[in-house]
Write a new protein. Structure first.
Length: 409
C-alpha cells in the first residue's frame, strides 16, 4: 500500500534528466521499521555476482564533487523538521530503488541523480547550493537486484584508503547501499585530545592526495569562497574565525566556543545527530534486518601486531562469517576479533552500531592498519580479494570462496 502511495507522489512531483529535486511538496511518511521488506527473503537463492570493472571509477567520479572542499568542512546536523524530511526521502528512495520505481522528489537543498548507464542512484546535497553546504553524507543506492548489505565509510578524509576500499566492497558484493561522509571528522584539524578513543584514525592530513577514486583536489580548498565553511549558521568552521576581530580576546573565545560546539557533530560515527546517521536509520527502515559494515583505519602503533580488527553487534551478527575469509586474504598481520583478541578499536561508542542493534540488524565494524590500507590502495587485485571476503555477511555464508552475494529484489 505504501509503495502505491509513493508511486502517486513520484508521478506528481516528476523528475527529469536523471535529477529529482524538491518542488515544495511535503515528504511522504517513512516506512515503519517493523514493516516487512517485500523484496528480501532469507529463503531466496544465492546468485553469483561478478564485480563491475568500471563501477568503482564511475562512482568515484560521481562522489568526488560532493566531497570537494570537505576537508575544511564541519558537518552540521539536521534540525527536527529536516531530519524527518530527509529520513522519509532516503527511506522512500530505498524502496523505489529496490522495486525499480520512479525516484521520490528530494527535500529542499538535496538532489537524487541517476548515474548514466548504471543501475545506481546518488542522493546528496544539491551541489549548486555551495554556500549552505551542511556536510551531509553521499548515499548511493543500487536499483533492482542487489545484495542485502549497507557499506559505510564515515572518515574518508581522515582514514586514508577507506573510500576506495568501501567502493570495492560495494562493487564486489553488489551491495544495496553505500554511505560516504562529505566532511572531515575534526573539521580538518588535528585529533582533539578528548576525541572518541575507539576510532584512532591515522596521521593528520591523511586522505589528501593519492587516496584513490573520489579524493578531493588541493588541500587548501574551502567552500563558500572564504575561511568559514559553516554556511553562515553560527558555527566556527573555518580556521579564520579563531583569529578574527583584530585579536580581541572576547571574539577569539566566542569563536573557540563555536568551534567546540560544532565539533560535537563533526564525527559522524559518534555524533548523536547527523545526516549520516539519519541515512543509516532510513536505510534500515526500508530494509529491515539488513547488515551494515563500516570501514575505519588506525595507526600501526595503536595495535602493532594487527592488520585488521573486527567486531559485530546486533541480532544474527556472526563475526566468524567475516573473520575467517579476511584471515584467508590478509597477510600483513593478524586479523583480530574485538573484544576476544583485543580490547580497543572495536567501535564501542559507534552510533550507527547502536541504532542497528536497536533496529534489529547486525552491524560489523572493521578497523584496518595503515600498512594494510596502503597495500589495498596500491594493489587493485589485492583490494578485489579483500572486498570479496565480505560475502559472508551479506549471504550468511562464512566460508571463503562462497558463491557470492545473494541478490534480492
Amino acid at each position: 500500500m505504501k509503495s502505491a502511495v509513493y508511486v502517486v507522489l513520484f508521478t506528481i512531483a516528476g523528475c527529469s534528466q536523471g535529477v529529482c529535486r524538491s518542488i515544495g511538496s511535503a515528504p511522504g511518511a517513512a516506512p515503519s521499521p517493523a514493516a516487512p521488506n517485500p523484496g528480501h527473503s532469507a529463503a531466496e537463492p544465492v546468485i553469483a555476482a561478478e564485480p563491475d570493472s568500471g563501477e568503482q571509477e564511475v562512482l568515484g567520479e560521481q562522489i568526488a564533487p560532493l566531497r570537494k572542499g570537505g576537508r575544511r568542512l564541519i558537518a552540521e546536523p539536521p534540525d527536527d523538521a529536516e531530519d524527518t524530511a530527509y529520513v522519509a526521502w532516503v527511506a522512500a528512495a530505498g524502496l523505489a530503488a529496490q522495486n525499480k520505481l520512479p525516484p521520490p522528489a528530494a527535500p529542499p537543498g538535496f538532489a537524487l541523480r541517476a548515474v548514466p548507464g548504471r543501475d545506481l542512484w546518488v542522493l546528496s546535497e544539491e551541489p549548486k547550493e555551495k554556500k549552505r553546504r551542511r556536510g551531509a553524507a553521499a548515499v548511493v543506492l543500487r536499483t533492482g537486484a542487489a545484495a542485502p548489505l549497507i557499506v559505510e565509510a564515515p572518515h574518508t578524509f581522515f582514514d586514508r584508503g577507506t573510500l576506495p576500499v568501501a567502493l570495492a566492497v560495494f562493487d564486489a558484493q553488489r551491495a544495496r547501499a553505500l554511505l560516504v561522509n562529505t566532511s572531515h571528522r575534526y573539521g580538518g584539524r588535528p585529533k582533539p585530545g578528548d576525541a572518541a578513543g575507539d576510532d584512532e584514525g591515522a596521521e593528520e592530513g591523511e586522505g589528501a592526495g593519492g587516496e584513490g577514486a573520489g579524493d578531493e583536489g588541493a588541500d587548501g580548498e574551502t567552500t563558500g569562497g572564504g575561511a568559514r565553511t559553516d554556511g553562515g549558521r553560527g558555527h566556527g568552521g573555518g580556521g579564520g574565525d579563531l583569529g578574527a576581530g583584530g585579536g580581541a580576546r572576547g571574539e577569539r573565545r566566542a569563536a573557540r566556543e563555536r568551534l567546540v560546539a560544532s565539533l560535537a557533530f563533526a564525527d559522524v560515527a559518534h555524533a548523536e545527530r547527523s545526516f549520516f546517521l539519519s541515512a543509516h536509520r532510513a536505510l534500515l527502515q526500508s530494509f529491515p534486518g539488513t547488515p551494515a559494515v563500516q570501514l575505519h583505519g588506525f595507526q600501526d602503533s595503536s595495535a602493532a601486531d594487527a592488520a585488521a580488527i573486527a567486531s559485530a553487534v546486533g541480532p544474527s551478527a556472526d563475526l566468524e562469517r567475516l573473520l575467517a575469509p579476511l584471515r584467508a586474504v590478509v597477510s600483513e598481520g593478524k586479523v583480530l576479533a574485538y573484544p576476544a583478541d583485543i580490547n580497543k578499536l572495536g567501535g564501542a561508542t559507534n552510533v550507527q552500531a547502536r541504532w542497528s542493534r536497536q533496529m534489529g540488524a547486525p552491524f560489523y565494524h572493521v578497523e584496518m592498519s595503515r600498512t594494510l590500507r596502503d597495500k589495498l590502495i596500491e594493489d587493485a587485485e589485492y583490494r578485489r580479494r579483500f572486498a570479496a571476503a565480505f560475502a559472508g555477511i551479506a549471504t550468511g555464508k562464512g566460508q571463503a570462496g562462497s558463491d557470492g552475494p545473494g541478490l534480492a529484489r
